[in-house]
Design a protein around this ligand. Sequence first.
Ligand code: MN
Ligand code: MN
Length: 452
Amino acid sequence: MSEKNELAYEPRKAYRMQDAEQAESYCLKYRAFMDDSKTERDAVRNAVRMAEEAGFRPYDGRGNLKPGDRIYRINRAKSLMLAVIGKESPEKGFRIMASHIDSPRLDLKPLPLEENGGFAFLKTHYYGGLKKYHWAAMPLALHGVICKADGTKTDVSLGEDENDPVLYISDLMPHIAKDQMAKKSTDIIPGESLSPIAGLFEDGEGNVKNAVLQILNEKYGMTEKDFLMSELHLVPAQKSREVGLDSSMIAAYGQDDKVCAFAALLALLESGTPEHTSVVFLADKEEIGSEGVTGLRSEAYAGFLRDICDDLHAGDRTSFRASVCISADVGGAYDPHFADAYELQNSCRIGNGITISKYTGSRGKGGCSDATAELMQWTIRMMEQNGVCWQTGEYGKVDQGGAGTVAVDIAKFGIDVVDVGVPLLSMHAPMELAAKCDIFAMYQFSRCFFLS
Ligand code: MN
Ligand code: MN
């Protein structure tokens, strides 16, 4: 009975990396990107800097493109499209990796500043699917942009430097929390209580709100009205950390989905002139349904592909039909502490390779783009031929809920698409957990996909 059963499929077990040195150096680059790219604007700024260093240039749609050209287009400072023009016509198909660079967080309300009980607070409206109780009693950094009534604009990043102050949402002490602890977890910290304390000291007239306004004016030259023309977000102030006594994992904010975005981006920047035109989408708004001009439902993304087709005298419909897209997004990995939520045989696990999902969706595959058997075959064979460690993964038990990805928005254009990504634990928590070997495998996969 010692012989291996040739007929049964045995999923891969957690593995030690063969290219450990290469993987460790990749993870260092990844962590540096993560620590400086907590919002989509930050990610776009850093990705554009990296792209320009790698010889990419802005593309307005009239480029007289030729093979080997390296181009990018920024969409409203919040999303980014990049391409390397291939040797073949786009009519032979694009190779696209679509990921997202927005993550769950707390957005300041249009008029956030209020005085209550002697404190100045900043009111927020949460963005994306998060557990509200995660966000209290921890250091929060303020990121974003203030557009002012005088026509100027100021970038904000407060709380990342160790000498910066941070913001902080208070929680009730356990000593007197009998009623709170009996509540449903969604009501432990109600949405309207997700307001960090902005200040304590009063101004000369005994007004704490005005005292904060004075500080904001000195620091950013803004008035209260300018909040109405701003985008300000609260994100965890912590930097990424190695996790486990064996340092096998990384905890960081926003790994959903910058762990895939960074892999796709770096693989593209390092690529030579491919056969097929390689494309990376770093999209915004995925966490709230991909709507809006910077979300993947916007015509902006297909428009970028169409401009390339026009420039190269290729038909867009023919090109889309021949294309393959990887919806590069994270997978929800099995957690033995919450085993009841999972169906073990079809769950992915961190440390066992990147996960390929035929479908996502919820309640009867609702809202998913069910990849074809043929595309599953093509992708799995490509991963195996290139030695990429992979596994399959469904989100959880059939009736437990589920998730959607941008795959549906790509499929709308008649482009074949399948979900591949890094398995995560604690998805959408302030610090999400991934295994280094999977983080590196996503980069290896991205490299061979662009060469496919
Ligand atoms: Mn995601
Ligand atoms: Mn997500």
